[in-house]
Design a protein around this ligand. Structure first.
Ligand code: GN1
Ligand code: MG
Length: 365
């Protein structure tokens, strides 16, 4: 790996010699390395090198165009905030394609801490605030400038249709193992699809959204625990605000990890939901429309079913999309999301009540 990283660093004209490097294993899609250089004056400087997964991202050049537009917009509007800088090669591109197939990019390393999970409600609220703030930052960014890099990425209806098609085809003979999972998804498919259908019909506003709002995509200040910057801009596209809320809360309010094999540990934590809602709605409620506020809970259920169906679809079709660490990893992930969806369903009324309560308190302030 050292030699590859060295060559990539040279293409991006980084100064000095590689001092150390570590693989960062957090994401499910791209390969990321933290690479530290020692410069001529013996100071150390770190960068993140990323090899983009071009099986998932079929148009990586378009992604880099989106990222370039969005990061320059944010940097111009908010010059005092921590921001992401992608490096350029001699040819002036913010990416480099090695040997015709490896797609590389380099971004500044921000000294920070991330959370894969947290029991600290203040951190959860801050995560909500960060994603809400990110959306308001981009509120008057012209979404038509963005490429739709993964078409129908959060079109739940299409995701479910694709799953059912692959269930019928059963290309790997795995369907017989997952009957109960498919039954529950079929039963939930009407409710889960509803918002994506409304969005397609123009009943829910089209906004510029992040589309991958896991809490580990927010960098926090090590000392103050204040959010610094939102990262992982690969899926920035026009989308639904409620799904950014939902995807984040699906992840952060899960009492277990996303791939917990013991589903008896999986619950949807309503106190965490409230904390996240406080942060997110607090940052966005002035611009959110009633149809959005009213659908936050439905979106949370929908995105959980959507992700379960994406994991299950990948399992049924032979595990080509998400990185798998062991053979049934995608099945374990599916079961975990379905357990979570069931708990959200049970707590639905309470969650609706929490959203109303958060709104009332914000309005009273
Ligand atoms: C993928 O790799 P990561 O963590 O950035 C996926 C998301 C899923 C997530 C589930 C482009 O994101 O949609 O919610 O895994 N990203 C893509 O952990 O498919
Ligand atoms: Mg991502």
């Amino acid at each position: 790996m050292y030699n590859t990283l060295k060559v990539i660093g040279q293409k991006f004209r980084l100064r000095g010699e590689i001092y150390s490097y570590d693989a960062i294993t957090m994401g499910n899609i791209n390969a990321t390395y933290k690479v530290t250089y020692m410069r001529e004056d013996e100071t150390l400087k770190s960068y993140l090198f990323q090899r983009v997964n071009t099986h998932v991202f079929k148009n990586p050049v378009q992604i880099m165009e989106n990222i370039d537009r969005v990061t320059s917009f944010i940097r111009e509007r908010y010059p005092d905030q921590v921001s992401l800088h992608f490096h350029h090669t001699d040819e002036g591109q913010n990416y480099y394609v090695q040997d015709g197939d490896s797609f590389w990019r380099i971004v500044n390393y921000v000294d920070s801490v991330t959370f894969n999970a947290s029991d600290d409600l203040a951190v959860i609220e801050a995560t909500g605030k960060a994603f809400g703030h990110f959306q308001t930052q981009l509120a008057d960014f012209d979404g038509t400038l963005l490429h739709e890099t993964i078409p129908d990425f959060h079109n739940t209806k299409k995701r479910l249709d694709t799953l059912f098609l692959h269930v019928a085809e059963d290309p790997c003979g795995r369907v017989r193992e997952v009957k109960a999972e498919i039954d529950y998804i079929r039963k939930s498919s009407g409710t889960a699809s509803e918002l994506s259908v409304m969005f397609a019909e123009g009943q829910i506003p089209k906004r510029v959204t992040h589309n991958d709002t896991k809490c580990n995509n927010v960098l926090f200040d090590r000392k103050t625990k204040e959010p610094l910057v939102v990262i992982d801009l690969d899926t920035i596209m026009p989308g639904m605000s409620v799904y950014d809320f939902a995807d984040a809360v699906r992840f952060i309010a899960n009492t277990a990890v996303e791939d917990e094999a013991d589903t008896s540990k999986v619950f949807f934590d309503t106190a965490k939901f409230r904390a996240f809602a406080n942060g997110f709605i607090g940052a966005t409620y002035k611009s959110l429309e009633p149809v959005e506020i009213q659908n936050l809970v439905k979106a949370t259920f929908a995105i959980t079913i959507e992700l379960a169906s994406r994991f299950l679809d990948d399992y049924i079709t032979g595990d080509h999309y998400f990185k798998c660490v062991y053979p049934k990893h995608n099945l374990v992930r599916t079961r975990c999301q379905l357990q979570l969806a069931k708990d959200i369903e049970r707590k639905w009324d309470e969650l609706e009540w929490i959203v109303r309560d958060v709104m009332e308190k914000l309005a009273a302030d």
